[in-house]
Design a protein around this ligand. Structure first.
Ligand code: AMP
Length: 399
């Protein structure tokens, strides 16, 4: 039996996504989600050998209980003997981490220090690390950071035009997120387009509940749309993306908003949901727009317009665009959004092939332009879990 199986954990504040992946063959032996942790009726849903199962937990059971149940499950499935490492998704690595890291006391301390930059995410990631370190005490624990891929950005791309001291003293700068996904799909595109060892200018569009685009030059991130937090940039499911920062003072002074209310407004009540007054779910928006729901159509139009503008702007840091890669739940499935964006970018030379675009969904990957013109547009399913498994297996092997 192979000895490169990795338990991959992605721990949110009330959820825990997990998978056991063979980092050599990319085969997934187990996958699942513990949800409503710390709340009423938490449960673990998992899939093994194509069969779905549910384990009910008691009200209020949180991450530690879920991880202990996961240990029991892994043992009962006899998957524990082949595990070589546990790989953790960590959202914010600040400037400490330019690549994945074996979790030592020093690394743990650095992740804790970065928590003020990602108060919603890093504390949850730390819960997962602590629970898994106790439960799988013999296995190396590895952290894989969403921000690491973007650490190659130059100051021209990562600094805000704010007093420099805010960066020097407080680390206020653009970091970017979804790095694991941008790395994976850009590497796949470089391979697929035969651009290995050649100069390459790729824009990757990760479009899911969160959305970001990345400019990848010769395999390295040179710019991305998210910033200090995952709120900057594109229109998303419930996030506004870019707004005039003057809005803050207006909301405070004229409408008596508090900082917390503004945070909730911009992160939870805006984006597709705020504009459509209907849903944050792109499928619902598309279906309703097709049935004549005007605000759903408007939300969709604004989403595509802002996305197309952002992609075109990356021709500047890249010096042109060879290829555009769509990924994430929306990027991999929405032919409507892909068609609208490529239509708006036709001045750059994109020539959509309608049949290919319609066929590219449900994990179906491939080129969706005519295959002759440049730039090329592709659909590439992301696989962040595989990158985490591969990095974890590699670092475990180096110990
Ligand atoms: P993710 O965060 O990557 O899981 O992506 C979630 C988003 O993908 C949600 O907005 C879904 O509505 C959207 N999505 C999934 N399938 C489709 C589809 N067939 N058409 C349009 N959007 C989809």
């Amino acid at each position: 039996m192979s000895s490169s199986h990795v338990l991959v954990l992605n721990c949110g504040s009330s959820s825990l996504k997990f998978a056991i992946i063979d980092s050599s063959s990319a085969k997934e032996h187990l996958s699942g989600l513990a949800e409503r942790l710390g709340e009423a009726s938490p449960q673990i849903k998992y899939k093994v050998n194509g069969q779905k199962h549910i384990i009910s937990l008691s009200n209020g059971d949180a991450h530690e209980v879920a991880i202990n149940k996961l240990v029991e499950l892994v043992k009962s499935l006899k998957l524990d003997q082949q595990l070589v490492a546990v790989g953790h998704r960590v959202v914010h690595g600040g400037e400490h981490f330019t690549k994945s890291a074996l979790i030592t006391d020093t690394v743990l301390e650095a992740i804790k220090q970065t928590a003020n930059l990602a108060p919603l995410h890093n504390p949850a990631n730390l819960l997962g690390i602590e629970a898994a370190s106790a439960a799988f005490s013999k296995l190396p624990q590895i952290a894989v950071f969403d921000t690491a891929f973007h650490q190659t950005m130059e100051p021209t791309a990562f600094l805000y035009a704010l007093p420099y001291a805010l960066y020097e003293k407080h680390g206020i700068r653009r970091y970017g997120f979804h790095g694991t996904s941008h790395y994976f799909v850009s590497a796949q595109a470089i391979e697929q387009l035969g651009l290995n060892d050649k100069p390459s200018k790729i824009v990757t569009a990760h479009l899911g509940n969160g959305c970001s685009v990345c400019a990848v030059k010769d395999g390295k991130s040179v710019d991305t749309s998210m910033g200090l937090t995952p709120l900057e940039g594109l229109v998303m499911g419930t996030r506004s993306g870019d707004i005039d920062p003057g809005l803050f003072a207006y909301l405070v002074n004229q409408l008596n908003y508090t900082a917390k209310q503004i945070d909730t407004l911009l992160n939870k009540e805006s984006g597709l949901l705020g504009l459509s007054e209907l849903s944050n779910d792109c499928r619902t928006i598309e279906e309703s727009a097709a049935e004549g729901h005007e605000k759903a159509q408007l939300a969709l139009d604004i989403f595509c317009f802002r996305l197309a503008k952002q992609i075109a702007s990356f021709a500047v840091p890249l010096g042109g665009i060879d290829a555009l890669v769509f990924t994430g739940g929306i990027g991999e499935n929405s032919d409507v959004i892909r068609a609208s964006v490529l239509e708006q970018l036709s001045f750059l030379g994109f020539k959509l092939n309608n049949e290919r675009n319609l066929a590219a969904r449900f994990g179906n990957e491939g080129v969706i332009t005519d295959g002759v013109s440049v730039p090329t547009a592709l659909v590439t399913p992301t696989n962040e879990e595989l990158v985490i498994a591969q990095d974890a297996a590699m670092l475990a092997g180096e110990q």
